[in-house]
Design a protein around this ligand. Sequence first.
Ligand SMILES: [Fe+2]
Length: 150
Amino acid sequence: MINVKRLMLPKVPPNIIDEVHNSIRDGINRAWEGDRAQYKLDQYSWIPGNSAVQSWCSENICPDIYFGIQVITANLPIHRDIETEVKFNYVIDSGGDLPETSFYTDEHELIESIVLQPHIWHILNVHKFHDVKNVTPGKTRISIVGRITP
Ligand SMILES: [Fe+2]
């Protein structure tokens, strides 16, 4: 199975980007537990998208999945997401010049690394071990994410 694939889906318009920032500001139901991943860290949070974000993503990207906002403030260690097989990811703010997403074998040997370009939809195989490096201290990496569960 592939690890990461670029999708030819519509760009998120500026008014919905504003609603993403509003969702982060309002921050209701903020989850700190690392996306049901194998770690608990405060450099990761997942915030539900507000109704404007949900309806735009539902109409333009995929009607069947729930979209949230992922906020990362530092590098993430190698982990795999639990209860999520594949994740839609649309980077809004990179959180640095060249933050890199890498995928690993079960033995933690590097398979491939990619710098996800902002404002492009990707799907990621988050059931594979992966990490994020080169997040610049003091910067924030923000993505819209949608989970596909088994
Ligand atoms: Fe992850």
